[in-house]
Design a protein around this ligand. Structure first.
Ligand SMILES: C[S@@+](CC[C@H](N)C(=O)[O-])C[C@H]1O[C@@H](n2cnc3c(N)ncnc32)[C@H](O)[C@@H]1O
Length: 236
């Protein structure tokens, strides 16, 4: 992979065949992607998203393991996406793509039911109480995911952050979402559960600092935020 400056990488992603840049979107751009991911991937295999993907380690890892599924990494940072996209091209992973955008706008980019599964990998925890609505597991985001996912779609969260982990567990409890698996410290288990062995760039740094890595997977059924709005506001 050639050495490129950060600015060059930002420019490069505009021409990479496996990247869609919707950061500076215009009216009409949504229609070019919404409901059309099967055209981008060239098949109608199920689509899994990696949110806050950074360099897209989960897209790359899962993409290599599951050639009959499609993986799309979303992040706002173009230079990070560049690395994942270049790696996918080098590895010949035609089932891995990236989209540069703010995840906040996610409902614009997918038709109802177009997404089957979501991984959220080491998202920024937004620890200030005033920023809780920016957390990618806040019910505001879960409502958005629900609109684009198949019924009972599976959400995975991997994080090093205790507060974000506890917040997410509390949200899951409040919304009565079915939990598939919940692990407070993955690497203390005798054997690492399937696919949790894929390590992201940030995860490796957290592990080097001796931090524990937490994981929860849950099914997203209908999210009725209004019913629990007051309780959610109390969460920190
Ligand atoms: C701590 S990094 C984790 C990157 C990668 N998943 C990893 O584990 O190496 C968090 C990433 O989330 C992205 N991010 C945070 N909030 C976002 C949002 N609302 N929309 C798009 N990207 C976001 C940041 O740009 C950053 O790359």
């Amino acid at each position: 992979m050639s050495r490129r400056t950060k600015t060059e990488r930002y420019e490069d992603i505009l021409s990479l065949p496996n990247v869609t840049d919707l950061h500076h979107y215009r009216e009409g751009d949504f229609a070019a992607v919404r409901g059309r991911w099967k055209d981008f991937f060239g098949n109608d295999n199920p689509v899994t998203l990696e949110l806050a993907c950074g360099k897209g380690d989960y897209c790359l890892g899962l993409g290599a393991r599951y050639p009959d599924r499609n993986f799309l990494g979303l992040d706002i940072k173009g230079d990070r996406i560049w690395k994942g996209a270049m790696q996918a091209l080098d590895d010949g992973l035609t089932n891995v793509r990236f989209m540069r955008t703010r995840i906040d706008h996610i409902i614009n980019y997918f038709a109802a039911g177009e997404v089957s599964e979501i991984w959220i990998t080491f998202p920024d925890p937004y620890l200030k109480k005033s920023k809780t609505r920016k957390r990618l597991t806040h019910p505001v985001f879960l409502q958005r995911y629900r609109r684009i996912m198949q019924p009972d779609g599976l959400i995975h969260l991997k994080t090093d952050n205790d507060r974000l982990y506890e917040f997410t567990i509390n949200v899951i409890d409040l919304l009565k979402l079915p939990v598939k698996q919940r692990i407070a410290d993955i690497y203390r288990l005798d054997s690492i559960p399937k696919n949790l062995d894929i390590q992201t760039y940030y995860e490796k740094q957290h592990l080097a600092e001796g931090r524990s890595i937490k994981y929860v997977a849950f099914y997203l059924n209908d999210v009725v935020l209004q019913a629990v709005q007051d309780e959610v506001n109390e969460l920190i």
